[in-house]
Design a protein. Structure first.
Length: 1153
């Protein structure tokens, strides 16, 4: 949630508004979907002679989606290019595009295909959606693109041409001409926009119609259709409009008349014939799949065709082609609803002189701020966005029309995947009014709306036609329930001239008038100042987007860097996960006396995730608060937090629970992750928080580290239960809930509980510490590993380990395969006269322990002294001891996570220093792949490293460098994130700059990370002598986009810079030298830019810095823009470097300044 005062995302809003003014997102200049540039990728593929593979919609099961195909079919799916299916004969389009080209496949998307059928009738729209010049011949690279309208903007969507096949045949839509592929590729592009093919299953025909036109959508319920609907349809058919309709709900049952229930059809023609002497209004419809046509009056075999003239019969009647005619009367009886989408609704009027005008406004409902709910909530309804509308006098040519206004409200989906998006119930009210400003509850309590949108609908869009007389009105869009966040577009179309402003815009305009007094004073005082104002405004409008040379996202980078320097994302000042502010939400819930419900991790099946629970169990899940489960007895923590508090539930997240067990030993780290002061008593609101490198109470918050930053994670305390018991992790003390709430917060970060199923213990360890991760394969462990573990145990460190892979099978020695354990202690005992190195481990399951040497019942404990015996041995608690020798034999790997690795050295005088760099691999730019690709390897990010002389206290250490490379997940949901194979190389070097392929072709790396791993992180210890080195992180394959953190720790003093930073420093140095040597000595330098004396500089500082004595970034931007505009005005208006002002002009100008 945005903070209470500062406007959230203002920088993004400025960029977005400026882009829109520059035409970005329009039909002719669409935005790049997922930031993929078709022209750039096409050129890159041509130059590198490779076929494009889309990493954002990869040819694997993720793009098909869950639940659409049987598992055995999914396992045999092959993704093939058309040129592989039909070599040398594959065509994008054979002859022309037609509605008869395609047949539906194995996904229930008749709603989409019906819209495609309508699209084929409108050539202009078709060329918008399917750009010309695409084929499998000239410049073929396996890359295609299509265009769709999404929430107010047009997007260019790039795909590869790999299509899913089964037994050599296309699974989804296919052309009836065997070698034609435009239908399959169009469907794939739309599936990418929706999230997957499965996300296209079921929908409304209006959705795709709107995405193909980006215009006006009109919906008609046929039971209450206007009497002139056929005439409206006829005029729509004759204009650039596309139409579709739907039958009443039903499980695709076929009626005796041939019509299929629950199905979408295309309206392909509207025509009137003379049946004898009687005019008959007909409608022609097309069914996208199957062979079932209408068999009633005016069907293909109807005798009524014998009553029309030969010309009409030959022209209109075509048998057995999935297209049929029916009378308008039967159409209204048989179908449920219909939709018309068009670029302009001028066809609604018979006379061409009457034209509709439109206005569009983007807005948002924000929980606790502008999400007031419908009029059933009078105390909060007034908080909704308000739009002031003035309708001018009706044009004489339009006076006869009964309805003159169309209002449409579209809400933005809240999820990337279409089927996961939850629509709020939305609607709007229109009030007559006379004054301006923001209206409070008293206004709405005394007035009834003149128009409403009707019943609130859980739909993408609601719309309504109605009539408004000339005057002033207030439009209030809202969700049905308050505190439902979302974005929307409000569109108003009118036959009159209209003026519309949002309440925030009107308030801003008033503030500007008061602040500047520009329009009211200066323009009246002087024609010259009016001219000045016009010029000033023109310069503002002419302000353009920075040229392409400016790196993409630079504004965001500046803000992000400034935030990081200001401590945002640190342990003490974590970022807000999903922008939810714990303190703000807590205060809001206390003031409104309500229990918090988290809309971003809602108490419903989406938060549990697919495939984790049986459907019958899922259907009976109840989400309950601890205060409901155990009234008056629920506790966040009972006494203290301990590894023995909890037992694993119905999700395979032992890796997470093993890390929690390690966390309980480190009080400082524990208090970072689980903040103090949370309970079910004092100030309880059902809200908790936790922190992870993301913070907890019934209002719970958690803090965890995620990809270089700490996050404060807010959750509600509703927990999933079945038959009154917690389904997932639960405390062994019946009324204690910190384990369940911590698990829920981590599940939110992962995406769902299902996304926590299976993982590596290192992942959660790192998220709890935000520090250094060290991984050891025990088969190749260093000889002094026990000593390292012992020193780690004595410092602020978390340790975990894993057994060899296996389906959680229990070995005879009690160890479970494929399982994660916590290392809870490292200790040496004297067995008789012999020292023995021991390791204590904890099993999160709690009921299966090691039964070998040094286990709870081992006779070897009789050989140690009584003090050690009493102190170390506790039986049957899920914790056990084993010797280091057995530990290395039995376990597969172990991980250590810590803030600082100083414990690696025995002497305390030797300290490690660390440096972190964020970077990215960008397809076609900096994603060069490994050294197997010599032509592109040099394109990878390069980091220059200088290691100073080794400190004398550290000279004995064999290894002095640790390099860690972490890649960021590419998906919101953890289990859907695909890791690239990553690694790094270290080269010895002497010069600086960006190194090309010739450098790498003649040198071998002095260190590599080893085999590339499809893992979140790779790391390696090694030794480097003092000198200069080049570190090159890369993916295994080229053109794999992603972000990463490169972390370098060293016992020496180190200096590190990325190649881009070093090149920038060189450029700055070069510019500085040029300035010093040339410009300063040039007497004309005063004319290069703006020459400001010291007095003006002091005034500027006072004006924009004020009492703070610092000019903020925003203030500096305002200063430079104002200065630049005023200088340009002066240059345009001056004569011989001077401007002459009279008294009134002077007063006006000084007041303005």
């Amino acid at each position: 949630m945005s903070p209470p005062v500062v406007t959230h995302g203002m920088c993004l809003k400025i960029i977005n508004d400026r882009n829109m003014k520059g035409g970005m997102g329009s039909e002719t200049n669409p935005l790049k979907f997922m930031d993929q540039d078709y022209d750039f990728l096409q050129d890159y593929c041509l130059k590198t002679r490779q076929r494009f593979v889309d990493e954002f919609f990869p040819p694997d099961p993720r793009s098909i989606g869950e639940g659409l195909l049987d598992p055995d079919v999914m396992a045999r799916v092959e993704w093939k290019r058309p040129t592989v299916l039909y070599p040398n004969v594959a065509e994008f389009i054979v002859e022309t595009v037609s509605r008869f080209d395609y047949a539906q496949g194995n996904v229930g998307n008749c709603w989409f295909l019906a819209s495609v059928g309508a699209l084929t009738f409108q050539t202009k729209l078709l060329h918008k959606v399917i750009p010309d010049g695409q084929s499998f011949n000239h410049n073929y690279t396996g890359l295609f693109h299509f265009r769709f309208w999404r929430f107010g903007k047009w997007y260019d969507v790039v795909i590869d041409d790999k299509l899913p096949t089964y037994n050599g045949k296309l699974i989804f839509v296919r052309s009836k001409t065997y070698n034609e592929f435009w239908p399959a590729l169009l469907e794939k592009a739309y599936a990418k926009v929706c999230g997957s093919y499965a996300d296209m299953h079921t929908g409304r025909v209006s959705e795709a119609l709107l995405d193909f036109t980006g215009g006006v959508h009109m919906h008609y319920e046929l039971k209450t259709a206007p009497t002139d609907l056929w005439e409206i349809m006829l005029r729509a058919y004759q204009s650039e409009a596309i139409m579709g309709c739907e039958t009443p709900p039903g499980n695709e049952n076929r009626l005796p008349n041939g019509i299929v229930l629950g199905h979408a059809y295309t309206v392909t023609k509207v025509y009137q014939v003379m049946s004898g002497r009687d005019p008959v209004q007909l409608v022609r419809l097309f069914i996208p799949w199957g062979d079932s046509e209408w068999n009633g009056d005016w069907s293909d075999k109807s005798p009524l065709w014998n009553t029309v003239n030969d010309e009409d019969r030959k022209q209109l009647l075509v048998h057995e082609n999935r297209e049929f005619w029916m009378s308008m009367k039967d159409f209204l009886k048989t179908f449920d609803n219909m939709d018309i989408c068009c670029t302009s609704p001028d066809f609604l009027e018979e006379q061409s002189a009457c034209h509709w005008t439109s206005k569009h406004h983007h807005g948002s409902w924000v929980t606790g701020s502008t999400a007031g709910g419908c009029m059933n909530h009078p105390d909060t309804f007034c908080k909704n966005p308000q739009f002031w509308l003035r309708i001018s006098e009706l044009d004489k040519a339009c006076e006869q029309g009964q309805k003159n206004v169309l209002v449409s409200l579209i809400q933005k989906p809240d999820k990337r995947h279409r089927r996961h998006a939850a629509h709020h119930g939305i609607g709007f009210c229109v009030f007559a009014m006379r004054s301006e400003g923001k209206f409070g509850s008293s206004f709405f309590s005394t007035r009834k709306p003149v128009v409403t949108s009707g019943h609130f609908q859980d739909a993408r869009q609601v719309m309504k036609f109605f009539r408004l007389e000339p005057g002033e009105y207030l439009i209030v869009p809202s969700t049905y329930y308050p505190n439902k966040s979302g974005e929307f577009i409000l569109s108003i179309l009118c036959k009159n001239e209209i003026h519309i402003h949002s309440d925030t815009m009107r308030k801003w305009m008033k503030d500007q008038k008061l602040k500047l007094c520009f329009d009211n004073i200066l323009i009246r005082k002087s024609f010259w100042l009016g001219f000045l104002a016009a010029k000033y405004r023109k310069i503002q409008v002419d302000f353009k987007m920075p040229p392409p040379a400016v790196p993409y996202g630079m504004c965001l980078k500046v803000v992000n860097d400034r935030n990081s320097k200001g401590g945002m994302g640190s342990e003490t000042n974590p970022l807000r996960f999903m922008d939810q502010d714990y303190n703000f939400l807590q205060d809001y819930c206390l003031k409104t006396r309500q229990r918090f419900v988290d809309e971003f991790f809602p108490p419903d099946p989406r938060s549990i995730g697919e495939g984790l629970l049986d459907p019958d169990v899922m259907a009976r899940v109840e989400w309950k608060r601890p205060m409901v489960l155990y009234p008056n007895a629920a506790e966040f923590v009972v006494e203290t937090v301990s590894r023995f508090d909890y037992a694993q539930g119905n999700v395979g997240n032992c890796w997470f629970l093993a890390s929690v067990g390690a966390l309980t030993f480190q009080t400082k780290l524990l208090q970072k992750v689980v903040p103090d002061g949370q309970s079910f008593s004092h100030n309880y609101t059902g809200l908790f928080h936790f922190r992870l490198f993301t913070h907890c109470s019934a209002n719970v918050n958690l803090q965890f580290w995620r990809f270089g930053k700490w996050y404060d994670v807010v959750i509600d305390d509703k927990l999933p239960t079945y038959n009154g018991k917690l389904i997932f992790v639960r405390s062994k003390t019946y009324n204690e809930f910190w384990p369940a709430l911590l698990e829920k917060a981590y599940a939110k970060v992962c995406g769902s509980y299902a996304d926590m199923h299976s993982g590596r213990v290192s992942e959660a360890l790192l998220d709890f510490t935000g520090g250094v991760h060290m991984h050891y394969e025990l088969k190749t462990a260093p000889a002094d590993l026990w000593e390292i573990m012992y020193r780690a145990y004595q410092s602020e460190v978390l340790m975990g380990c894993e057994t060899p892979p296996g389906n959680e099978n229990r070995l005879p020695n009690g160890i479970v395969l494929g399982h994660a354990y916590t290392i809870t202690k490292v200790y040496q005992v004297m067995s008789g006269s012999n020292p023995v190195h021991l390791v204590r481990l904890f099993n999160p399951w709690g009921d299966s322990e090691w039964n070998g040497d040094w286990s709870d019942k081992s006779p070897l404990w009789n050989t140690v002294n009584d003090e050690d015996y009493k102190q170390l041995l506790v039986r049957e608690n899920g914790e056990f001891w084993m010797s280091m020798k057995d530990f290395v034999r039995t376990f597969d790997n172990m991980d250590i996570c810590c803030i600082c690795p100083d414990f690696l050295e025995e002497q305390s005088a030797c300290h490690w220093t660390s440096k972190y760099h964020h970077g990215s691999w960008v397809t076609g730019s900096t994603a060069g792949g490994c050294m197997n690709h010599p032509d592109t390897f040099c394109k990878n990010p390069q980091f220059w490293l200088r290691i100073s002389e080794l400190d004398k206290a550290c000279e004995q250490g064999q290894k002095n460098v640790l390099v860690s490379l972490i890649q960021t997940p590419d998906k919101r949901h953890r289990r859907r994130a695909a890791h690239h194979g990553i690694g790094f190389y270290v080269f010895a070097m002497r010069s600086e700059g960006k190194f090309g392929s010739s450098f790498f072709s003649t040198r071998k790396p002095v260190v590599t990370s080893g085999d590339f791993q499809d893992a979140r992180q790779v790391m390696k210890f090694f030794r480097l002598e003092p000198g200069e080195y080049l570190i090159v992180p890369s993916t295994f394959h080229p053109n794999k986009s992603g972000e990463f953190i490169l972390c370098i720790l060293c016992k020496n003093e180190i200096h590190i810079q990325s190649n881009t930073l070093k090149m920038w420093m060189k450029d700055q140095k070069l510019e500085h030298n040029i300035f010093d040597n040339i410009l300063i000595s040039d007497p004309k330098s005063e004319h290069r830019g703006l020459h400001l004396n010291e007095d003006i500089l002091n005034l500027m500082f006072v004006r924009y810095a004020g009492a703070s004595e610092h000019i903020s970034l925003e203030g500096f931007i305002c200063l430079v823009m104002r200065l630049n505009c005023m200088a340009r005005i002066f240059q345009r208006l001056c004569e011989n470097g001077k401007i002459t002002l009279d008294e009134s002009e002077w007063i006006g100008l000084t007041m303005y300044s």
